[in-house]
Design a protein around this ligand. Structure first.
Ligand code: MSP
Length: 703
């Protein structure tokens, strides 16, 4: 049977949706619509990843149970998918998968059992019990990976936590392991025999060299006493499954693996294998661990794993709240049409590479490509049909005796030239689309727009209309333009469902471009005499200056989260909106129980300083090296782990608070002579540097 299954990652239920999440959903939605348009029965999955220590802790801090926490975040996702027309009601996803679903527990347990019974290609048990050893931060209550700690300056010393700057403990606990090390050859032979299995090629090469470098066995459980929020290991409830084992399995449990009822309802047999769309940061889990689990369980591998890049700001920086360069979903929703956003993200990000997103760039593209491009082509064509052809699609045929006149007017009398061009462009477009090269596909589609525009500009229908002898030429030009628009509305439908439907209806066509298979389009099927509908701009022009002004005004902190509170189910509107999840950890400040004496506080010498210079340190992407004047003879040299949140230029000239009597220490070979005081909030301990709103001299003491 001709079926297709596409998935987005399932998103962590500890933070609210943002542009990155919206993006993958748009891509998956576009792919799903394109498949459906070709008559292929398609299943589209998105959802949330609801287990694990991070969710447990987020819940605890927000005073919720983990399930309440997940429900809370899910309500925001549902709000987003509804507002951006990605949910089932709008023809989008088929399932919003949640790993807390009971059928998921059944399926994931079944997968575990199968793997636990399996032998690896080298004849060993695929799962075995051992000890997990790692660097543990007690205040964070979690193991830290290499990029989450600061390596020690002196060999033999423990690394330090980036958040707490305290030494980590070496801790070991009992754990089940998946014998990943036995799967390197099997995986390499998959990558080699299926060059399209991991895409794009650059990512495939990365994955292959990672596997060639040798694989370590993977710890796939934690003691329930350390992590209780998760799926219990079958037959050993003292252990909780590793959250990625649980999460990846959602792709098969959602469609019926391990649960008869789901199998009846959807069909694992029917839809598996899937095309997985993922961000490049989680490629390893999908392209190495997941296929290895499936190989062990004897389950068919995914159709492909396709990794996209990250959205950066217009200057190529990571987006962050501190830098104030994030793209807010509520702003997008308020000022831009869904189709313009879909077009922009698919046109702007070359699939596989990082992309840059700024509101100004979005407005520029929406105005140039959509309003002035496709929008203008459609409104001028339809307006002229209204004006010169009584609002009916004219005939595209030029009689023999009028051909000479038509030639004189500068039009190609052979319609097949244009038809041939468009057919070739269509084939190329579909091929590029199939390869998920949306940006290139859209360039191809716009070559059709330009060609039709040029035909109109060359033929000048407004002049032809003044000449009785050129009636047929005029009709032919307008017919060709209208037929081109019909093709474009079919081709572009998966990308811009709303606008293409509007265009289709304005052309006077029945039904929807969603029902037309683009590869079966035939030139000339637009019927002469069809009455067009009222002409309306499908892509209204955006007033850039005004919109930017409004966006900037909206971004002032007060309004920013207004819509987030809307998503809290049952929240009475008159009450103060509940703070959004990300800020839940601000509750850290509440509930202090270890009081100190004033003398204890007096031991800390806090001084006002001014940042004289700040720079990044080579090969230390988290650290900034600053010179800070605290009223002493020489400025202090201070290192701070804030490079991911602050640009050096942002800090120069700024007043800060320095712990002046902290023991000097060496980091990455540089001496740090103090510490900058910053608030730390959110799951990742985002730093916000303390400062003063009034003028205060350098060196003044805080007491
Ligand atoms: N829960 C895991 C996925 C499990 S799938 C079995 C997870 N969740 S996530 O919420 O952290 O991230 C989900 C996706 O969002 C990832 O594909 C990630 O690449 C994507 N993005 C996060 N920030 C992004 C950008 N700035 N730009 C584009 N995508 C980004 O990982």
């Amino acid at each position: 049977m001709n079926t297709f299954y596409v998935t987005t990652p399932i998103y962590y239920a500890n933070s609210l949706p943002h542009l990155g999440h919206l993006y993958t959903m748009i891509v998956a939605d576009t792919v799903a619509r394109a498949k459906r348009q070709r008559g292929i029965e398609t299943y589209f999955l998105t959802g949330t990843d609801e287990h694990g220590i991070n969710i447990e802790r987020a819940a605890q801090k927000a005073g919720r149970t983990p399930k309440e926490q997940a429900d809370y975040v899910v309500s925001y996702y549902k709000k987003m998918t509804s507002e951006f027309a990605l949910d089932t009601a709008h023809g989008g996803y088929d399932i919003f998968m949640r790993t807390t679903e009971p059928f998921h527990y059944e399926g994931v347990s079944e997968l575990w059992r199968r793997i636990a019974k399996a032998k690896t290609p080298r004849g060993n048990d695929a799962i075995y019990k051992g000890h997990y050893e790692g660097w543990f931060c007690a205040p964070c209550a979690e193991y830290k990976t290499e990029d989450e700690y600061q390596k020690p300056a002196n060999e033999g010393d423990p690394p330090t936590c980036l958040i707490h700057e305290t030494p980590l403990d070496r801790v070991s606990e009992e754990s089940y392991f998946f014998r990943l090390s036995d799967y390197d050859e099997a995986l390499l032979s998959v990558y080699e025999s299926r060059p399209d299995f991991v895409r794009p090629e650059s990512r495939r090469n990365e994955v292959m060299s990672f596997v060639r470098g040798g694989l370590q066995d993977l710890s796939v459980s934690r003691l329930k006493t350390s992590v209780s929020w998760g799926v219990p290991v079958p037959d050993d409830p003292a252990h909780t499954m590793y959250v990625w084992f649980d999460a990846l399995t959602n792709y098969i449990t959602a469609i019926g693996f391990g649960n008869e009822e789901r199998e009846q309802k959807v069909g694992f047999e029917k839809f598996w294998p899937a095309l997985h769309l993922v961000g490049k940061d989680i490629l390893r889990f999908h392209a190495v661990y997941w296929p290895a689990f499936l190989l062990a369980a004897g389950i068919e591998l995914p159709r492909a794993i396709v990794a996209h890049g990250m959205w950066l700001d217009p200057n190529g920086r990571k987006m962050s709240k501190t830098l104030g360069n994030t793209i807010e979903l509520d702003v997008l929703q308020k000022y831009f049409s869904i189709d313009a956003i879909r077009y922009f993200v698919l046109r702007e990000m070359v699939f596989g590479q990082d992309g840059r997103f700024g509101y100004e760039g979005l407005i520029d593209r929406a105005n140039s490509d959509l309003a002035s491009g496709l929008g203008n082509l459609s409104s001028r064509t339809l307006t002229m049909i209204g004006k010169y052809c009584d609002g009916r699609i004219p005939s595209g045929v030029i009689a023999e005796d009028r051909l000479l006149q038509a030639k004189r007017a500068g039009i190609d009398t052979d319609q097949t030239t244009l038809a041939g061009f468009i057919e070739t462009a269509r084939d190329q477009y579909l091929l590029q689309f199939e390869n998920l090269a949306f940006s290139r596909a859209l360039e191809t589609a716009w070559s059709i727009v330009s060609r039709a525009d040029k035909m109109i500009s060359d033929a000048k229908p407004w002049d032809l209309a003044k000449d009785e002898n050129q009636k047929q030429t005029l009709s032919a030009v307008l017919y060709r333009a209208a037929e081109t628009l019909r093709w474009l509305s079919v081709l572009l439908h998966p990308i811009m469902p709303g606008a293409t439907q509007a265009l289709w209806s304005q052309l006077g066509l029945e039904g929807s471009p969603a029902e037309i298979n683009p590869s079966e389009l035939k030139w000339g099927e637009l019927k002469e005499g069809t009455a067009i509908a009222d002409v309306q701009a499908i892509f209204p022009r955006i007033d850039k200056a005004k919109t930017m002004e409004q966006i900037n005004a909206d971004q002032k902190p007060s309004g920013a989260h207004a819509t987030e509170a809307d998503a809290v189910p049952g929240a009475p509107s008159a009450t103060k909106p509940e703070p959004p999840m990300q800020h839940a950890t601000e509750a850290d400040a509440v509930g202090v129980t270890n009081y100190i004496e004033i003398d204890d506080f007096a031991k800390v010498d806090l001084r006002v300083g001014q940042v004289l210079s700040a720079e990044r340190i080579p090969k230390a992407d988290k650290l900034l090296l600053m010179k800070v004047d605290i009223g002493e003879e020489q400025p202090r040299q201070i290192l701070a782990g804030i490079a991911q949140y602050y640009e050096p230029e942002q800090l120069v000239g700024r007043k800060v608070v320095i712990v002046a009597n902290l023991k000097h220490r060496k980091l990455r070979g540089y001496e740090s002579q103090g510490m900058v005081v910053a608030a730390s909030y959110g799951e990742e301990g985002r730093p916000v540097i303390a400062t003063f709103t009034e003028d205060v001299p350098n060196g003044a003491r805080l007491k």
